[in-house]
Design a binder for this molecule. Sequence first.
Ligand code: RIB
Ligand code: CA
Length: 308
Amino acid sequence: MKRMIIDCDPGHDDAIALILAHSHAEVLGITTVAGNTSIDNTTANALGICELLGVGTQVYRGASKPLRRESTYAHAVHGESGLGDVELPRHSRTESTISAVEYLLENVDTDVWVVPIGPLTNIAQVIQEDPDWGSRIAGLSIMGGSTTVGNVTAVAEFNISHDPEAADIVWRSGIPIKMCGLNLTHQLIADDSIVACLREANPSNSELKTLATFAADCYDNILAAIENLRGQRQAALHDLCAVLALTHPDLFRFEDRHVAVETTGTHTSGMTVVDERFSPGKTANTEVAYEIDSDRAMSIVLGAFGAE
Ligand code: RIB
Ligand code: CA
């Protein structure tokens, strides 16, 4: 099993990614960052998801705002709580006294992947603290950016757009990066048929049934938010793609590309500029995901909830 640390901003799709990661990988720890909602809420949600999973994974609080900009939460999609009106179990868990940056600095080795599925603020702060950190991890599997369209602007994806300066530091660091951008995640879509699958799941044990119901509630929530915003009940399974890229790499087609992050463009700030020329100007620094076997991927995702 791959060993990984998930850096996240739960967030409905972060929650599903955390559940999938715990069923297919060894999750060493969870670090939280402000993004979909405040750091208080993303950290509380991460603790509640660990309670829901019944796992001992520790949660380490991270950055409350981007390196230089103000936070631009995604409340329109994820609600103020980060999980809309989806409830998590009550619990008495507490976050670690160790910060996300301290944890990431001290608890990695060359066999550990770090999976950022929110803004890259924590990762950038770690790199600023220790420029050699990247040589001490296996690499980063990032949900972020895009080779095509954005979802915050025409060209900027939320995780990058929230903290472009952090993403710029990460992409210039030389750390091995796998990138699942919107061009990829938009190939893996949840709709009402998936919600029905999860609701009808009749897994052998009550824990899986509880997880399937939670996932169905999450997708019901996010489908309603997207219907309200865009008039269609379809939601990409963004964050879990960065987990599957490590646990099931045979589902993907990756290409080596040079990626740079725009931080100053009037119309392009937060864009991941992917060099697709036959003779690119610079050496590739990223494995960019272009295709996923979405049928097999969806089957794996549903299987993690006892639903087929
Ligand atoms: O653009 C998709 C990303 O933004 C996902 O990580 C989702 O959780 C939101 O944060
Ligand atoms: Ca996220």
